[in-house]
Design a protein around this ligand. Structure first.
Ligand code: 5AD
Ligand code: SF4
Length: 481
């Protein structure tokens, strides 16, 4: 099936727009010209992007946005299911809603997103959290106006986990994005990979790509609005377009975006190594506006573990990809994800992860201890290591990576780099003079001195100091490049 038949576009959204008007009317009748919404997002950038769509629908319903639950008429928690820790945090936050509801009985409380898509979670919320009014999963996102209307007009709780695993593509909602220079742009939804530890394919459905024309138009409008650091989002952007009947693959999409006039950087995440090709790296190297930077999750360095994870590449294949990327982009920054303590992983096998780290020398890492997720293949797989042993390996991994990160950052001292100056001040205000935050093309954090008045601009800076987590530099005021 081509993706176009799954697009929730103007036609279907019209119905939801009618519900937006109805919700607006209800609040008007209650004397609220401008009801307020408070949104909270847990988890990944895809969730951030979904919340921006939810905020888009709220804006269509006449809502403003507030920074505290106390001021809110509607509270929305967009949840994450990737690890147990994330779910426990949500239950904690949901608990707090009971107090808010006592203070303001008209408050509407909403739980949505990946965690809410799971029927066992919805059941638990139904039974044990009576003060949650609306629960909807990722597949029901575009029906939010209808769900809110039903709840407001009947006073009853509403649960919507409907939608098949093929999922839909939502068009026709204008996201309400954060102010600033950075923006997310979803290019596809869902995942087909079924890594054995991962719940994502179960809660986000199958891969589906947005049409390239729609993406290009949205990108252009972001550039026109002043966004300068735009991240293309998908669970596996490298398989973008595999459902578009040859219309456009990911490297081609990058080329087309690179041709858009304006001063901007474009980056993307996440890339699955099994689908990363030399052509991707050639295109990145060739396209000026595409950042020489990649997040390429490896998860483990041992082939048996990788096979059990259903990753479909070997450590050797991964290393050859890294070597190729560096042969065409010597300065590329690379980050990755690692899972420690996957079921069955031995201490010896873990050593292969350490050895891969020493070979690749990532700029930084996101590290996780395996968390069993209901419904995934790895849920019941037996462990060989104890919790303590896993923790020891985890600590060791951090130690090794912190050393590498510091060494990699040290290499920048004395170098001139291009940075995009952020709007934020250096909150911690350590290293006193370096007051402004900025980012390099490789997404390295640079605290800047001499950058007052340059917010939102690309400038050159000379790096003067480094730490494990950040660089410190001075703006070059001259025009020489
Ligand atoms: N346990 C621990 N880490 C996980 N990830 C995904 N599922 C799990 C799990 N069950 C990690 C992977 C992935 C990142 C987004 O989260 O490293 O790349
Ligand atoms: Fe999860 Fe694997 Fe899909 Fe990433 S590629 S979302 S780890 S199943």
């Amino acid at each position: 099936m081509s993706s176009s038949s799954r697009v929730v576009s103007d036609e279907l959204m019209k119905l939801q727009r009618d519900y937006c008007d109805k919700v607006r009317n209800i609040y008007n009748i209650r004397g609220k010209e401008r009801p307020m919404a408070y949104t909270q997002t847990l988890g990944c950038q895809q969730n951030e992007a979904d919340t921006e769509l939810i905020r888009g629908m709220l804006a269509m319903m006449g809502f403003g946005f507030c920074d505290s639950i106390a001021e809110a008429d509607v509270v929305i928690i967009n949840t994450c299911a990737i690890r147990d820790h994330a779910e426990q945090r949500v239950y904690g936050n949901v608990g707090e809603l009971s107090h808010a509801k006592k203070e303001n009985p008209n408050l509407v409380t909403v739980l949505c997103g990946c965690m809410a898509q799971q029927s066992h979670v919805a059941k638990r919320v139904r039974e044990s959290y009576p003060y949650v009014d609306i629960v909807f999963g990722t597949h029901a996102l575009q029906r939010f106006p209808q769900l809110l209307f039903t709840c407001l007009s009947t006073g009853k709780r509403v649960f919507d986990l409907e939608g098949d695993e093929k999922g839909a593509i939502i068009e026709g909602i204008e996201p309400v994005r954060k102010k600033g220079r950075r923006a997310w742009l979803s290019i596809m939804y869902g995942c087909n990979n079924f890594c054995s530890y991962c719940v994502v394919p179960y809660v986000r459905g199958r891969e589906r790509s947005r049409a390239p024309e729609v993406i290009i138009e949205e990108f252009k409008s972001l550039v026109a609005q002043g966004y300068k650091d735009i991240t293309l989002l998908g669970q596996n952007v490298n398989s973008y377009g595999s459902d578009l009947e040859g219309a456009c693959d990911f490297p081609t999409l990058l080329e087309r975006i690179n041709d858009i006039p304006g001063e901007f950087w474009v980056r993307f995440m996440t890339s699955h190594p099994k689908d990363a090709t030399p052509r991707l790296f050639d295109v990145m190297a060739k396209c000026q506006k595409v950042c020489d930077s990649i997040h390429l999750p490896v998860q483990a360095g041992n082939d048996r573990v990788l096979a059990d994870m259903n990753r479909r590449y070997t450590a050797e294949k991964y290393l050859s990809l890294v070597a190729y990327a560096r042969s065409v982009m010597p300065d590329i920054t690379m980050t990755s994800d690692i899972i420690v303590g996957f079921p069955g992983e031995t201490n010896e096998e873990f050593e292969d992860t350490i050895s891969l780290l020493e070979k690749v020398r990532f700029d930084s890492l996101f590290t996780f201890i395996f968390s069993p997720r209901k419904g995934t293949r790895a849920y019941d797989m037996p462990d060989v290591l104890t919790k303590e042993e896993k923790q020891q390996n985890f600590d060791r991994l951090l130690e090794v990576q912190n050393r590498i990160s510091k060494e990699k950052n040290d290499e920048y001292v004395g170098r001139r780099v291009r940075v995009l100056v952020g709007e934020e001040e250096n909150e911690k205000n350590y290293n006193n003079d370096y007051t402004k935050q900025s980012r390099t093309e490789g997404f390295k954090l640079v605290y800047l001195r001499g950058a007052d008045g340059l917010e939102g601009q690309f400038v050159d800076a000379v790096i003067e100091k480094s730490s494990t987590w950040a660089l410190f530099g001075a703006v070059c005021r001259d025009e020489e490049k």
